[in-house]
Design a protein around this ligand. Structure first.
Ligand SMILES: NC(=O)C1=CN([C@@H]2O[C@H](COP(=O)(O)OP(=O)(O)OC[C@H]3O[C@@H](n4cnc5c(N)ncnc54)[C@H](OP(=O)(O)O)[C@@H]3O)[C@@H](O)[C@H]2O)C=CC1
Ligand SMILES: CC1=C(/C=C/C(C)=C/C=C/C(C)=C/C=O)C(C)(C)CCC1
Length: 307
């Protein structure tokens, strides 16, 4: 194990709240990984560990300058020079298509895709394509990215897709008549809806990928001290006050790493994980009809032919 357990699990309340360590010893020399939102928080720690294990890692970031600083840091810490930065703004489908085009032209393989980037509790705003920001970035952006990279993942199989969701999905609903939040909007609930969409996408994708050796998992990383709370002063205050009780980003990365690396997980494709174990999801998240409809509606919105 490359992350010594004592550094992942400190002591006291944080230890109690941060169970779940990726104990896989899998090495990744010759493997290629993409991590979205890798310039900070959970994504940065996930990318660092993948690089530590020898993978060529693409940091897919909307701010290339921030990404370059982190890439240098990861190169220095891990000794792996194959840490690359590529511009990806999930709030703009042109940027997503440009990212995929560049990546597919450059790389023969893609073994691990970690759909990690996310926004939470933004004031009402829209992406370049007119999608509500949470649904647009957290769900539709990653949906499009994944479909554009799917052939490469299939050619590189066995390969894995990890979608970082949240236990907040329990409060989520897919309001097909108000998917862009135009009729009513709550910043907190919009986040929950998008995280439910992450789980429905994972389950429907797993169903469609059966037999392909490409597997997919959704993840709740835990409550993690990161920049996710940037839009809420109450949450920022809570995070500061309770920082000792919540996970570090390195601890928050463990379940994503577990799903990306652990051998023998293939039969659990489509499942949701928390603290490196299969976790229960809401009844809405288990609804196949909603999952199929969300898939079709997402294709429609993105101008992808529905199959
Ligand atoms: N922290 C927590 O307690 C929990 C987090 N999660 C999930 O974990 C994931 C990682 O979040 P976390 O590390 O905590 O949060 P951070 O805010 O620290 O990191 C989020 C990352 O997403 C990137 N991002 C945001 N918008 C876009 C965009 N339009 N295009 C590309 N990248 C974008 C950010 O880039 P930039 O730095 O440029 O803004 C940043 O790199 C999220 O999906 C979140 O929903 C789930 C449950 C709990
Ligand atoms: C009650 C309580 C807490 C609050 C937890 C909250 C509010 C978690 C929210 C998580 C989110 C927003 C996840 C995003 O996906 C702390 C700080 C752990 C400290 C112990 C008591």
């Amino acid at each position: 194990m490359l992350i010594p357990e004592k550094h992942v699990l400190s002591w006291g309340p944080r230890k109690m709240l941060s169970s779940g360590v990726c104990t896989s010893t899998v090495q990744l020399l010759g493997k290629v990984a993409v991590v979205t939102g890798a310039n900070t928080g959970i994504g940065k720690e996930t990318a660092k560990e993948l690089a530590q294990r020898g993978a060529r890692v693409y940091l897919a970031c909307r701010d290339v300058q921030k990404g370059e600083l982190v890439a240098r840091e990861i190169q220095t810490v891990t000794g792996n020079q194959e840490v690359l930065v590529k511009k990806l703004d999930l709030a703009d489908t042109k940027s997503i298509r440009a990212f995929a085009k560049g990546f597919l032209a450059e790389e023969k393989h893609l073994h691990i895709l970690i759909n990690n980037a996310g926004v939470m509790m933004c004031p009402y705003s829209k992406t370049a394509d007119g999608f509500e920001m949470h649904m647009g970035v957290n769900h539709l952006g990653h949906f499009l990215l994944t479909l554009l990279l799917l052939e490469k993942l299939k050619e590189s199989a066995p390969s894995r897709i990890v979608n970082v969701s949240s236990f907040a999905h329990h409060l989520g609903r897919i309001h097909f008549h108000n998917l862009q939040g135009e009729k009513f909007y709550s910043a907190g609930l919009a986040y929950c809806h998008s995280k439910l969409a992450n789980i429905l996408f994972t389950r429907e994708l797993a169903r469609r990928l059966k037999g392909s050796s490409v597997t997919t998992y959704s993840v709740h990383p835990g409550t993690v001290n990161s920049e996710l709370v940037r839009h809420s002063s109450v949450m920022r205050w809570m995070w500061r006050l309770f920082s000792f009780f919540i996970k570090t980003p390195q601890q928050g990365a463990q379940t994503s790493l577990y799903c990306a690396l652990t051998e023998g997980l293939e039969s659990l494709s489509g499942n949701h994980f928390s603290d490196c174990h299969v976790a229960w999801v809401s009844a809405k998240a288990r609804n196949e009809t909603i999952a199929r409809r969300l898939w079709d509606v997402s294709c429609d919105l993105l101008g992808i032919p529905v199959d």
